[in-house]
Design a protein around this ligand. Structure first.
Ligand SMILES: [Zn+2]
Length: 283
């Protein structure tokens, strides 16, 4: 999974490191990322200097195992024009592989910065605090501070008589096979979120909900929390069509071909575990 590739410690303890040539300066626009055209690699500080970047625009966001990551809140067109634009999915394949966790985490933080340019209390502009990873209101009478937000979301592998429930989303154009998932609501426990999402999306009931694992998932600003659960009652699926176009029961041998050889995301890691007869619920 994305957090298991190596160099998996993201440190957001705030420091003001002097950028080194091998550090990264990640440039985004909305959900797109800019890469070096000749190599397809993410821009380093050496690239930033070569492109004529101004150091006063660099915002330090974290350290990943000795490498510093910076971003730029409002990059000049002159810089972006020298780079190649890719959609955020590109970060799933970026090399070296340990950069996948760092670059997706940088995207998460960039989007949070973008969505907090103005103060929610008084409407004045906000700017990076400079002492900690936070945005601070520039209005002297307000000084509101806001910290990066993480949205918890559950994933659940539902097992029944040696089969697993696989779903396909109706939200995406070419959906891959997945598991039931959804964001927590205020006031819920993980278990009540699991039961509610399963009931809403499929009409099914589950029991014996067991925590499995979790991962940061910056593509959607989320922390994904995985569970295994057993079906109770009827196995007849009633689809919530705004969310799912398909859901069905599969034995390990019937599961469609793997989405990725070494899945980055918890959903596909759990599906591959079931295919290999290694899911806790299969023991
Ligand atoms: Zn304010």
């Amino acid at each position: 999974m994305i957090q298991d590739i190596g160099r998996n410690t993201i440190d957001t303890e705030f420091a003001k490191p002097k950028p080194q040539d091998s550090d990264y300066v990640l440039i985004f626009e909305k959900t797109d990322v800019f890469v070096v055209p000749e190599t397809g690699s993410l821009p380093t500080y050496a690239d930033w200097k070569r492109l004529g970047g101004d150091n006063s625009e660099l915002v330090h966001i974290f350290e990943q195992a000795g490498t510093q990551f910076f971003t730029v809140l409002d990059p000049d067109d002159a810089i972006k024009q020298q780079l190649r634009r890719e959609v955020s999915r590109y970060l799933r394949t970026v090399q070296p592989t340990w950069l996948r966790l760092g670059s997706v985490t940088a995207l998460h933080l960039f989007q949070w910065f973008q969505n907090h340019r103005f103060c929610g209390c008084c409407g004045a502009p906000m700017k990076p605090d400079g002492k900690e990873l936070a945005m601070r209101c520039t209005n002297d009478e307000c000084h509101a501070v806001t910290y990066p937000a993480i949205s918890p979301a559950i994933i659940v592998g539902i097992v029944n008589n040696g089969k697993i429930l696989l779903t396909r989303s109706s939200v995406y154009k070419n959906p891959v096979y997945a598991l039931v998932s959804g964001y927590m609501s205020v006031g819920e426990t993980f278990e009540t979120t699991v039961k509610r999402e399963v009931k809403e999306e499929t009409g099914l009931d589950v029991t014996n909900i067991q925590y499995y694992g979790n991962q940061p998932w910056g593509f959607s600003g989320a922390q994904m929390i995985g569970f295994w659960a057993e079906l109770t009652g009827s196995d007849q699926v009633k689809l919530q069509e705004e969310e799912l176009k398909e859901a069905g029961w599969y034995t390990p041998e019937e599961i469609p071909p793997a989405y990725e050889e070494n899945p980055l995301d918890l959903t596909h890691y759990m599906i591959e575990l079931f295919r290999a007869h290694k899911a806790p619920a299969q023991r």
